[in-house]
Design a protein. Structure first.
Length: 391
């Protein structure tokens, strides 16, 4: 079936205002998500926050079932966290590392994650080791397999790195992790919502994601998946009266599901909006979304490659909706600013976001143009014509 672009744009109010190629930063919300958030905030203003939460309890709790359907898991394996970074932190800092434990990661790992690796390594004596890329620029499965021994405590990688269009081979990593009995944490911040994600196919034990990117949810929302087998083996880095029960004067009991990684206070409007965004993505179909995004990104890469003074920098065997490039005649920040004056949104990926990978590339600042299914072929044409005019 043909993709209904007219419907997608009609249901996205921002399409009337901007050419938005910053979906890997924060995508444009559809009407249904925007309305769900605003309606709940209005209800809080009218009757009170606690009372609004009680009145909309079914809609608030709906997000767990929506996330479970999205990832192919059970609702009890889902925690809703205020953002993807904190979701990842709650999983990572729950792991009991000791001296000599090895943490294996990828060259393109995101800065926030790598800083956490370094902090824990300094505190515990664990070691951080980077698995090299293969010839295509993605994580080398052969090198990862050769690195496994009985001291490997964790494999933690980013599925789709922040600074390029590659998709790391998450399922192949999962097979190695399962065969070795090693815990596997996947940062799926930029893959959830733009492609089908099944945690059982991938084989990850924990997965973190955000609402604001390809899911088109509100900012300040994220979620964490933890495989049931691991939930009670991982103690969150901090607890409150939601994550645990105070059962005696000197005793507490941590809850048995993934909500042990949550806290009591939460953004109820955000949770409702996130659940709505997940259901909305499911209505379109993740395979259809991926196909549409991949086609648009491929068109954009082809047209950019044909432009003078433009160099496309995407790596990997499989590529997604993120397209990174530089212009030889102008710094990337200037390109971003010039495009913004033409009402076009992009972002810039700098050395500080993925230091190891960017250092290999020559410390470049990359213009990052990330498309979504509501973007059009006409916008790709307009983007490239505008880029030529500002160069």
């Amino acid at each position: 079936m043909a993709f209904d672009l007219c419907r997608a744009r009609r249901e996205t109010p921002g399409c009337d205002n901007v050419l938005h190629f910053n979906n890997a930063g924060a995508a444009l919300m559809p009407h249904c998500v925007l309305d769900a958030v605003i309606n709940h905030l209005n209800l809080e203003a009218q009757i009170g926050g606690y009372e609004a939460a009680a009145q909309t309890q079914d809609a608030v709790n709906r997000v767990y079932a929506a996330a479970a359907r999205l990832l192919g898991c059970d609702a009890a394996e889902i925690a809703i966290i205020e953002n993807a970074t904190r979701a990842w932190d709650m999983a990572f800092y729950a792991i009991p590392f000791k001296p000599g434990d090895r943490i294996l990661t990828a060259v393109a790992e995101y800065a926030s994650n790598y800083i956490a690796f370094l902090q824990v390594a300094q505190r515990t004596g664990a070691m951080v080791e980077v698995i090299p890329n293969d010839a295509s620029g993605q994580l080398s499965i052969e090198a990862l397999r050769n690195a496994i021994d009985d001291r490997v405590k964790l494999i933690a990688i980013t599925h789709v790195p922040s600074n390029g269009g590659l998709v790391n081979p998450a399922a192949a990593v999962g097979k190695i992790a399962r065969d070795a009995g090693v815990l596997y944490l996947l940062d799926a911040c930029q893959s959830v919502g733009q492609m089908p994600i099944d945690v059982n196919v991938i084989g990850c034990d924990m997965l973190s994601a955000t609402g604001r990117k390809y899911l088109r949810g509100p900012r300040g929302t994220g979620f964490l998946y933890v495989r049931r087998h691991w939930i009670e083996q991982l103690e969150p880095p901090f607890l409150d009266l939601h994550a645990a029960d105070w059962i005696a004067a000197n005793q507490y009991q941590i809850r048995s599901d993934a909500r042990r990684f949550e806290t009591w206070e939460t953004n109820y409007a955000g949770k409702i909006g996130l659940g709505m965004a997940m259901d909305y993505a499911y209505q379109w179909g993740l395979n259809a979304i991926q196909s549409r995004i991949t086609d648009l990104a491929s068109q954009l890469r082809r047209q950019l490659t044909a432009l003078p003074n433009v160099v496309v920098h995407d790596l990997g065997t499989e590529k997604c909706g993120i397209v990174t490039f530089t212009v030889t005649s102008k710094p990337s920040d200037q390109i971003k600013h010039a495009l913004s004056l033409a009402n076009i949104n992009v972002s810039v990926s700098s050395l500080s976001y993925a230091r190891l990978d960017m250092a290999v590339r020559g410390n470049l600042d990359l213009v990052r143009a990330s498309v979504h299914y509501y973007n059009s072929e006409a916008e790709v044409e307009r983007f490239c014509k505008t880029l030529v005019s500002v160069c």
